[in-house]
Design a binder for this molecule. Structure first.
Ligand code: MV4
Length: 458
């Protein structure tokens, strides 16, 4: 097992990893920017090192600084968390070249799965369902038009270096395709430095279902069930659930088997997430595979009782997974609400500021992953998520009731948050009956932001 791990991240996920290491008697090195000096997560580490000024590119994305600190403090592993450099194959390769373990898949696997067209081709050859679409990259608008004619509109143009919804363009008619193609190509070149585009039939009104996988380096790959991440806004997940209650047992079994097939096809090791879109007719299609631990991993931990970060550390050090697939049990239902310092009434613009009064919920079946404290200054330099409120219940309806209670207890004053939006969701009939799709939140925002009647006074 590792002696000392550098956590190359900040905030709640840094705290999450530092806590797992402490429980495993692994020494830790936290890194922080000037904006995060004294932050709670730095106090959970054996030692904390300042790696630069507030802007991420000068600190949490500063590979030289991170590698220098890892070497200078004698770390034998680096955990990247999510975001920042967590899916950067070049960084993972530089860590490995220093003889330090990158806690995640190999640089080669990160690179393969980061090329969305290549990942799609790999999945198709191993029999994982992919959306009908182009056979590889599309050279120009004329080729795109030909393929789209065959597929039928609407289609989706996707940047091969995109992912997470970036570099995607919906096209509803042939007349729109040439402009959409050149706009998407230009955007991809600007954002990713690579403008390869591929084409897929647009799956209309889908749900977003993802499968947590864990693989050790000894050939064992398991799944930890699926998560329903359908409630999104601007490609940002707002609320996630486990399991995806919408799935029939039959669809669930097939989808989980395909996720394992995907992980094995690429030679996956460590924790990863296989993403699918689920169509209204219950057909599902591989979209992409994420090579990092995800924000929403706690809901899987709540229904399986498995500490995913602990398993990441174990398998990265060459140890086997502590369980077989048959030993993974699923109990109850978990929901995570991402609490963001943003103002839904002002187009969700970030609302940084100083936390004044703070009361966080607790009690049976409630978990809060956060580094908030009174007087905490929410930085404008990083994303607006300030806490994850996670609840577990024996059923989805019990989890919804518990989430209502937890949200009612939560008081974050000094900044504007999206807590009222979450509270309205917990009372929304379509949410309660689970009749949603990836466009639901954006379609219903005005209803969801209208003040509640008497029964819902916050
Ligand atoms: C799709 C899709 C519908 N049809 N592909 C791509 C990035 C990934 N994170 C989600 N992506 C999607 N790919 C086809 N052929 C729907 C999504 C999708 C989505 C797309 C637009 C806006 C929000 C979305 C939320 C989840 C899934």
């Amino acid at each position: 097992m590792f002696k000392r791990v550098l956590v190359a991240n900040r905030g709640e996920i840094a705290a999450r990893i530092l806590r797992a290491c402490r429980e495993m008697s692994i020494e830790t090195v936290a890194v922080f920017s000037e904006a995060d000096r004294g932050a709670l997560f730095t106090t959970l580490a054996t030692q904390a090192v300042c790696i630069g000024p507030a802007p991420a590119k000068n600190s949490y994305l500063n590979q030289d600084a991170l590698l220098t600190v890892a070497q200078a403090t004698g770390c034998d592993a680096v955990h990247p968390g999510y975001g920042f450099l967590s899916e950067n194959a070049g960084f993972a390769a530089r860590v490995r070249e220093l003889g330090i373990t990158f806690i995640g898949p190999t640089p080669e696997v990160i690179s393969t799965l980061g090329d969305k067209n290549r990942a799609r081709a790999l999945m198709r050859t191993c029999g994982v369902p992919v959306v009908p679409g182009s056979d590889g990259l599309v050279a120009d608008a004329d080729e795109a038009l030909e393929i789209a004619e065959r597929l039928g509109y609407p289609v989706l143009l996707k940047a091969t270096s995109g992912g997470g919804g970036r570099g995607m363009r919906r096209v509803y008619a042939a007349g729109d395709l040439p402009d959409a193609f050149s706009a998407a190509t230009a955007e991809a070149a600007a954002c990713f430095g690579e403008d390869g585009m591929y084409l897929e039939k647009l799956i209309v009104s889908p749900r977003h279902i993802e499968v947590q996988v864990l693989a050790d380096a000894l050939g064992t790959t398991v799944h930890l069930g699926e998560r329903d991440c359908t409630l999104q806004r601007n490609h940002q997940k707002v609320l996630e659930e486990a399991p995806a209650s919408i799935l029939s047992e039959e669809t669930r079994a097939a989808l989980l088997a395909d996720a394992l097939k995907a992980a094995n096809a690429v030679g996956y090791t460590n924790a990863g997430t296989v993403e699918f879109v689920l169509a209204p007719d219950s057909s599902y299609y591989f979209i992409e595979m994420n090579t990092r631990i995800q924000v929403e991993h706690p809901i899987t931990e709540m229904i399986t009782g498995i500490n995913i970060v602990r398993e990441q550390l174990r398998v990265a050090s060459g140890l086997p997974l502590t369980f077989s697939q048959d030993e993974v049990e699923f109990r109850g239902h978990a929901i995570e609400c991402r609490i963001n310092a943003e103002d839904p009434e002002q187009g969700f613009c970030p609302s940084p500021g100083i936390i004044d009064y703070l009361h966080l919920p607790s009690g049976f079946g409630v978990r809060v992953d956060t580094v908030l404290h009174p007087q905490y200054a929410i930085s404008p330099f990083y994303d607006s998520m300030i806490a994850k409120l996670i609840v577990h219940g024996r059923s989805r309806s019990e989890a919804i009731c518990r989430m209502r209670r937890a949200l009612e207890e939560t008081v974050v004053s000094g900044v504007t948050t999206n807590i009222p939006l979450h509270y309205m969701l917990m009372y929304n009939p379509d949410f309660i009956s689970n009749h949603t799709d990836t466009g639901f939140l954006e379609r219903n925002l005005s209803d969801l932001l209208r003040p509640l009647g008497d029964e819902g006074k916050l």
